[in-house]
Design a protein around this ligand. Sequence first.
Ligand code: SPD
Length: 357
Amino acid sequence: MKQLVRMFLLIFIVSFALMYVVSTLNSTQGYSGKNTLTIYNWGDYIDPDLIKQFEKESGIKVIYQTFDSNEAMMTKIAQGGTTFDVAVPSEYAISKMKEENLLLPLDHSKLPNLKYINPRFMDLSFDKKNTYSIPYFWGTVGIVYNPDMLDGKKPTSWNDLWDENLRNQILLVDGAREVIGMGLNSLHYSLNDTNEEHLQEAKQKLSTLTPNVKAIVGDEIKMLLANEEAAVGVVWSGDASEIMSENEKLDYVVPEEGSNLWFDNMVIPKTAKNLEGAHQFINFMLEPEHAAQNAEYVGYSTPNEKALEYLPEEIAGDERFYPDPEMTKKLEVYENLGKRMLSHYNELFLEFKMHKK
Ligand code: SPD
């Protein structure tokens, strides 16, 4: 009996000592369970040095998680059971998340650096007055191509992708709106079309593209194209810019039929546990030098007007990635098509992917 008591006493002392060591370690590193910030962002979408710098300056420990589509991100946040403090959805997802009460209103008084954002990217229809979201990156969808692998035939139209000389030469971004949108645009329909006949026509047309499609891929699309594993890629502009910095032979074009103009903004989801830290992080990312460093690292276009002054002219002055408002006039922003139609786009995309396999 005495032995049993001694054993319990020992276990109690060891556990207590362990708890003490862990809590001391945490406090010397400047964070505790309460002092953490969970960020949910696209893959390859931040300079990791900025996270380290934010942790150092704020004393907040960042837990960083990534997603690869708006759909996956929305499902995870809607399911609950997560504690994301900051997320980075695209415009149509922001509109949907607002509708589903998944976002918290922002306190603009805690975001003094918001003044650096070009007004062109503020007060957009998906979030009037930026009540719920703050611009992070923006861009287009287009075709990155390797002229050497195309016998000098530069693509200018979505329809050029159906050329039979491109057998097994195309990589596609893994995005439902992007791929179905490409099918719709190639038929001169809107990227936000909800007409079932048009959608079936786009599906049919896309199925005839499959012999040319080598793969539908995520972030590895950049490495594959830079390494000349395929002649052509349908990509987000920022990825094209990153690929082209790795392989200078490549070029990027926004097809003449039109394409998508997109905006990724920072939001605070309803799941947030550290509102103060979330505002601190958003304001940190809005600091012009940080926004410039981030843009240079990931290759995407910053909406931060002041940050452009810190970027080399060959980046900030490149009209392929910083098209002016006149040039983006013919492009379409994805609309929130409603739950049913968004699911339908996803189903069509899945069918296309299965057809491809
Ligand atoms: N690797 C990061 C990619 C993020 C791109 N977001 C684009 C969203 C377009 N709807």
